[in-house]
Ligand binder design. Structure first.
Ligand SMILES: [Mg+2]
Length: 295
């Protein structure tokens, strides 16, 4: 197998930089840019907390409808590294699940009941997750109202985890199991709460991305990672630590840009205003990379 060394490979968080956090859908211009980047030989890998079902419906289907180049393979690492698959113009391949990284079923069942009994007006239980337990804001609900309910929900979830003997960490607070273990994480985002193995993360997703490309004989000269959360920096942290050339794009730098040993880019670096965030910033960066590769 001959080695392919594209100048760039893209490792993309989905919610925020690609899918609108408002509509949860991907704008047609972003779909067109992704296909155009594939056409010029730039590998595209998604690294998301979303399920494979979400990626199939919201990302793969519109990319296929718009015309994925015939020989392109797109990889999708889902559920923060617990699930992964690849797709082409012909559709998806096998969906892989690392069962060791899944939440206990009895706990997931209790979370489903908790949502049904107390939180169904604001959120829904994501039935498409295979390893994580995710509870998401209903699109019709106001985000401020959701965020208020989310705090109550998260504290109910931590109590439930304690009853199941599951040690957890939420943000900087630790809630160990009776044996002292903390094997799980409660991770609140602006539109959902994920409950997951502590081994999951965007760093695991990045390692799977490198492996998936390597298996195709693709070793990119540099990576560009894109995200809207602090946890997304873990992609670039991991790649940098492994010796890969990487720059990270933060499409929602409202929380402040941390100091990193690699370059962090925001919409301001494209000469855009601070109001260009989320998928609007994502779209601008995809276009900028396309322009750069096309020369
Ligand atoms: Mg995101």
């Amino acid at each position: 197998m001959s080695l392919d060394t594209p100048p760039l490979a893209l490792l993309l968080d989905v919610d925020g930089p690609i899918a609108s956090p408002i509509t949860r859908k991907v704008a047609p211009g972003i779909i067109a840019s992704l296909n155009a980047l594939l056409r010029v030989g730039i590998p595209v890998v998604f690294n998301t907390g979303r399920s494979d079902a979400f990626i199939l419906e919201q990302v793969m289907a519109p990319m296929i409808a718009a015309g994925i180049p015939a020989r392109s393979v797109v990889h999708a690492v889902c559920e923060k590294g617990a699930v992964w698959f690849s797709f082409t113009a012909n559709g998806p391949g096998t969906i892989h699940v690392d069962r060791d990284l899944a939440m206990p079923t009895s706990f997931a069942d209790d979370v489903r009941s908790l949502v049904g009994e107390s939180y169904a007006d604001h959120m829904f239980f994501d039935e498409t997750k295979r390893a994580m337990v995710s509870v998401e804001q209903l699109v019709a609900v106001d985000n401020d109202d959701y965020l208020t309910q989310q705090k109550l929900f998260d504290s109910d979830v931590l109590a439930l985890m304690s009853r199941h003997g599951l040690g957890a960490v939420r943000l900087e607070h630790r809630y160990p199991a009776p044996d002292g273990d903390i094997n799980y994480r409660v991770d609140p985002s602006i539109i959902s709460t994920d409950i997951e193995s502590v081994r999951l993360g965007k760093d695991l997703g990045a390692s799977r991305a490198v492996e998936l490309l390597c298996a195709e004989g693709i070793v990119p000269a540099a990576w560009r990672t894109v995200g809207d959360s602090r946890t997304d920096y873990a992609m670039a942290d991991w790649l940098h630590h492994q010796g890969h050339e990487v720059k990270h794009v933060d499409v929602r730098p409202k929380d402040g840009v941390p100091t990193k040993p690699y370059q962090v880019l925001t919409a301001a670096d494209l000469g855009l205003g601070a109001d260009i965030i989320h998928d609007h910033a994502g779209a601008s960066f995809l276009q900028a990379w396309l322009d750069a590769v096309r020369g």
